[in-house]
Structures are given as structure tokens and as C-alpha cells.
Design a protein around this ligand. Sequence first.
Ligand SMILES: [Zn+2]
Length: 491
Amino acid sequence: MSDKLLGFAMAWIFYWSIFAVSQLTTTYQYLTVGTTENTFISAISENSEQEITIDSNHYSSEEHSSNVEENPGHSARKDICFNDEFWNSVEAEIGPERKNIVVSFPNNLKNEGVKTAYIKAIPSNTYMYESFSNAFHMHSINQVRLNLNDSSHKVSLLLLNGLDTKYTRNVNTWKVQLAVSSYEEEKCHEQTFFELTNLNYENIKDLKVFYKENIINPAFELNYDVRNIGEEEYLNEFFQSQNHSKMHNLLPEPHGAGLALLDFTLSKDEDYIERPLHHRDRLEGKVVLGLFGNVLEEDLETVNTILRTLNIVAPNLDISYSDNPSYVNLPIHFSNCDNLFSDLVNDCKDKIAGSYYPAKYTYSKSQFGWIWVDSRYKSDFRKHVLVHEIGHALGLGHNLCTDSVMSYADHADYMGYFTSLDLMQLRILYDPKISYFFSSSHMATTLDIDTVQYKEYRNDKGAMCGAKQSGWEDLIRFQKGDITVDQILQR
Ligand SMILES: [Zn+2]
């Protein structure tokens, strides 16, 4: 294929896969949150954490029930959006401690018929958040909702330096804006007050990699400080993990259905289309994960479970976790998809719950790309999105099998672990005997896969999805937290 044609094909695949991801996640959202927004609200608030800001423009039931009749006086003031005199009288300044913003209005906003008012901080020089370097800047966006009953406000606006892993593109200037909606006008009024930098403002912190001790197994922590547990204990852990990777030899043999699944992904219409093996990337080299943003302890636990599972299924894959951002080459960003974030970063609103940006499409090349997860989600669905996106990074595509973390099927469960169909694919993709991808038949020969059986699965997707290979049960139970790896070894 000529370079031009290849380039065109790559671009086509890229744009198509973004669309495919949005389709999947839209389906996810639809199914998870139910058909009403209220289900969504209760699902979120049930587990809500401090750091979660639910964008009330869309998710607060209080606002949905609001209407003209319930807001006496508002219609008399519907011209508030165009009342230049009012907005020109708004005063804003940096507080004397230089840690907050003080804003005062001529009157309280509720009396003026205002629906919502936000103070927003937006990085001044970031226009494209979807490149690897700038993706870190998503954490530098912040907004605080004003209480409409007050006419003066002291807003403690915490800003984060959105570092990249080389510390070369920190955010150093933020625009401070006021954004107001009324009952008639979603974009009623917007004005920029001034800019914040570390010269005039002190409530600025560095973005850090999320880390808690004793969650990631020391053998999977890059540059683990042995002083934390003592050398003997560390060696113990290290040899144990070596031992576990030997469990690879006990795994079920490469299976025709696993190879058939690796031949396909889904089109935007959710039909199977072929994705030739030589277009499939597996992670190679030293891969270092790091979690950023609205991360919960359970996310780090999920990452640890994945690392331990990969240690067995893909023993030659050198993958670890680091709390030092300069080593991280596959960052995973957690942030809330609120209106502001959606507008500025990735148009996630009502479309996507997570995405994987492969390295070759992230403009400034990162080694292994990056992942985004909507941190508004909790528990099982959150875990599902994280494992699904890491599945993409590992090289898995979508399927229509009900029992797969990579599934687009309408009635599939949102499992937060790799099922046997996923593990069968990973087992083949990362088989130590495979040094390069040439073709499926080459792979079949190298891995002693029954070619006739493989072709039957290729031609019958129902059979491919229904393939049952025993021997994966323990690894699945381990991922679900029902059993430890040592217990598996002792059997
Ligand atoms: Zn996907």
C-alpha cells in the first residue's frame, strides 16, 4: 500500500474508532443510567464523594422541576441577560490572602431571575486538550457554582498546574470568567474578569500521580523504595511475582475463538469488520501507568488487579505503576464530564464515558497514548470503563459477545474484569512465542491453533462468542476478589 493510501486508511480507522467509542459509551450511559435522568442522579449521589461536582445545569432535579410559575418575578426580569448596567457594576478581585476570588453583584442573582452562575478558571493558552502533553491540562479547569441568594461571594478557587510528564508545558495562566444562565437563556451572560498566575495567586497546587501505600504490589511499582518494607520482604514479593508469571505455563492453550476474535472489531453501525492483525498494536517495551485527577482508592486497586493478571497472562509484558509522573508513559486521567469540561476537552457529554487515545494519534507522540475516564461514575460501571479502556490500550477491539468487557452487545453486563473471551485474546496477543504480527494464519501455525476450528469461529460469530474454554475460572475469580493468586497456586 502506498504511504498516501496507508495514511488515508489510518485516518479513516482513527475517526471511525472515535465514533465507535462514542456509540458504545452512549449505549453504556443509556443502559446504566436508565432511561430517565433521575436514575442517573440517584445513581451518582448514592455514592457521591466530596470531589464530585455534579453539573447542576443538567443533573439537578431541582432545576428540572423549575419552571416559570415556580419562579415568581423572573419573567419581569427576563432582560437580565442584556442588562449592561447590571453586569458593568459587577466587581471582582483577587482576595487579600491571594487564595480566593471576591465577586460582588449589585443585587442577589436570584431576584434578577438568574438560574445558575459559575466562576470558572480556564487555562489561557490551551486550545487542544486531546494531545498527550496537553491532556494533563484537563485537570487545570475548574468552576465553582455561586449561591444565588448572596450578592457577594468569596470563591476559593483551587487551581492545578496541569503538568505533562516532562514538566515542559505547565499551565501558568488562567482566565477567570463569570458564566450565567437564566430561565430563558442558557448562555445568558459571560464575562472575563482577569488572569491568574503564580505571581498574583497562591491557591495553585501541582498535579500529582495518585498514590496510596500498600495497594500496588511492590513488584509492580517502578523504582519501589525497598526501605518501605525491607529488602527481604521485597525480594519475597519479587520472587512471588516471578513465580506467578510461571503460572503462564498452566494457562489453557491458545484457542481458535480467541484468534478469531482478534481478527475483528466493530464498525460505527456495530457490525463486525475485519481489523487485520498487523494493524493491531500490543504494548511493547517498558510501560508505566499512572492515575491522575479525581482518582479513588478503588481505581488503584483495579489497576493492581490488572497488573497481577497481566503478570500471568502476558508474563513478558513489562508493565508497572509509578508515583513519579516523569516515568509515566501511559497516563490515565479521571475527570468529571460536566458541561464546561465537555465543551473544552472532548465533547463527552451524553456521548462517552471513557476513551483511549492511541500513541500514534496523539499529535505530540507519547509512548503508549493515554486514557480518559469520566469520574462521575462509581463502583461497577467505573471499574468497567477503566478495564475496557486498558483493554484497548492492550490491543483489544470491540465485539458483540455478551460475556466480554469489550462488548457492545445490548444486553451485556458491565463486568469490571477480563472474562475468558478477553483472556483468550490477551493470551494469544502476548504469547512469548509471537515476536511480530504477520497474519492470523501465521499466528495459528506458531501457536499450534487448529486452523479449521479457527476458520469455523471466524465464519460463525455466535459460535465465536459462545466458545467455552475451561481453565480461566480461577483467574476470573481472582479479578473479582474471590481468591488470591497464592490460593490458585496452592491448588
Ligand atoms: Zn471501546
